[in-house]
Unconditional design. Sequence first.
Length: 182
Amino acid sequence: MVNEPNQVLPFAALAAGIPADKLFPVDLDKAFALLDKIKSDVSVWPSSGDQQQQVLRSGEVDMAIMWNGRAYDLIQKGTPLDIVWDGALLDPGYIVVLKDAPHKDLAFKYMEYYATHPEQQADWAKVLPYGMANKKVASLLPEKVSDALPSSHDVVRIDPSWFAANQKEIAKRWQEFLAGAQ
């Protein structure tokens, strides 16, 4: 499992029986209780996409909760792997411009270009198929690439605002959990 509580805790809550439509706010007590039950069976908590790939390539783990683009890359490079989307989570990413950015105007021009050019997003997705901002992207891709996008599947959306509002408690409990503290 990835060493990212904002991704692991929703999985744990789902596994503890919380329905997907009632996932937020995450019941941290139930999620951590479930994780405590399986902690001894988790051999590694990868902290990067590269480490996620390495533990699968090397055979250190037989399965992983990992980022879809990294799994797709492994498959393309010959690692015998299947992506299972049942119960998958979508953790959205964002493009932002800092309030006092020195080249704010250029940053906004880039964002506008990115948002209005699905062909370029499709080219990017062919290399690393993470979700793209423009809904037209999937129709511009070969089926095997489109199928590797989260938008092609029924996924549970993570609520980043809930995590932002609760980050201090989550970070403290996550560190205690990894360290073995009760």
